[in-house]
Design a protein around this ligand. Structure first.
Ligand code: AQP
Length: 340
């Protein structure tokens, strides 16, 4: 079977990058694949989270999944900590993966900064838990933004090393030699890496201290329009061809956002707006963004008014995820040589 897995951390202000790079792309996959969409709360605590805030962000992310069009009857939506097998498999992977692999991860280097001796051990081991999330369900496809590419390569390395290190045992247990699949990343569309609205050299990020750098998924129409109008740009008009966006990171970013929201390609957007100035393009982008995002924000607020329903969706999703996870773990325990 073709199985899709992806997860997002409930660790702050969900933004347009999370939506275009991930959540929006989760929706159509429900028609073609068995989909598992996770709220990865265990990943979130790799950096300190205020407990009440973690609970709030878990419900907010679940509301975003639902408001974007993920159907909890078709896809499985749940929070990671409820299915203990994620932690269990992550431990096994901690013993398969090498410290050197983790040290090379650019996200770790960025997040740890100069202080790498004093961040949590969990932050270093983060990709090992991510590999467990994916491989527990033997997912074949993982839709993510471009910033997760390196972590997905590591997931493939961990799967290959496990299959190899335990090859004899896998065979002795009568299992398929490619016990864990070599997962394909799905990094597609015009907006796989949305940039900060203030600085085209940085990605739009939950942890950017400037609220103006991102469009939050709970922003109302007024806030969305204002942030787009104030977005940093150069003074030139839009080019007619895509080559003209080279070296113009901010312009490229706004065109990419437009294309993703309109389900168009960047050349199609430039065919329409090439030669036009920001005074034309920014209001058009603001209208498009407001018409897509503001109703979603409204729906998220409505859903958040009833946290009990959100919590029961997560509980039901976990009930469906658990047997799938346990099926893999039962084999893993035998393969590794655990008694019981
Ligand atoms: N700027 C972005 N453009 C496109 N996709 C993005 N994603 C994140 N930022 C962008 C994608 O959203 C999913 C969320 O992953 P995550 O919760 O693990 O967060 P992250 O990748 O660490 O990035 P964030 O959301 O900005 O958080 P911080 O500030 O903590 O780094 C992933 O599929 C990711 O690719």
């Amino acid at each position: 079977t073709n199985r899709v897995f992806s997860g997002i951390q409930p660790s702050g202000d969900l933004h347009l990058g999370n939506y275009l790079g991930a959540i929006r792309r989760f929706v159509p996959l429900q028609d073609t694949h068995e989909c598992i969409y996770c709220v990865v709360d265990m990943h979130a605590i790799t950096v300190w989270q205020e407990p009440e805030e973690l609970r709030r962000a878990t419900r907010e992310l679940t509301a975003a999944y639902l408001a974007a069009g993920i159907d909890p009857k078709r896809a499985i939506i749940f929070n990671q900590s409820r299915v203990y097998q994620h932690a269990e498999l992550a431990w096994v992977f901690n013993c398969v993966a090498r410290i050197g692999w983790m040290n090379r991860m650019t996200q770790f280097k960025d997040k740890a900064g100069k202080n790498s001796e004093n961040v949590s051990l969990g932050l270093l081991a983060y990709p090992s838990l991510m590999a467990a999330d994916i491989l527990l369900y033997k997912a074949t496809h993982v839709p993510v933004g471009d910033d997760q590419k390196q972590h997905l390569e590591l997931t493939r390395d961990i799967a290959a090393k496990f299959n190899n290190d335990y090859g004899d045992s896998i065979e002795a247990n009568g299992l398929d030699r490619e016990f864990f699949p070599i997962t394909e990343p799905l990094i597609t569309g015009p907006a796989t890496l949305v940039k900060s609205l203030r600085d085209g050299s940085k990605k739009m990020s939950k942890s950017d201290p400037s609220d103006q750098s991102r469009i939050s998924l709970l922003d109302d129409a007024d806030a969305i329009a204002k942030k787009i109008k104030r977005a940093t740009t150069d003074p030139e008009p839009l080019p007619p061809e895509i080559e003209g966006l080279k070296g113009r990171a901010e312009a490229d970013n706004l065109v990419a956002i437009y294309a993703a929201l309109a389900d168009k390609t960047k050349p199609e957007v430039l065919a329409e707006f090439g030669g036009k100035g920001w005074g034309v393009f920014k209001p058009a982008l603001a209208d498009l963004a407001v018409s897509t995002l503001a109703p979603m924000a409204g729906e998220m607020r409505r859903l958040l008014g009833d946290p009990a329903t959100i919590d029961s969706i997560l509980a039901e999703g976990a009930e469906r995820a658990r047997p799938l996870a346990e099926e893999t773990m039962r084999d893993v325990r035998r393969i590794v040589g655990f008694v019981g």
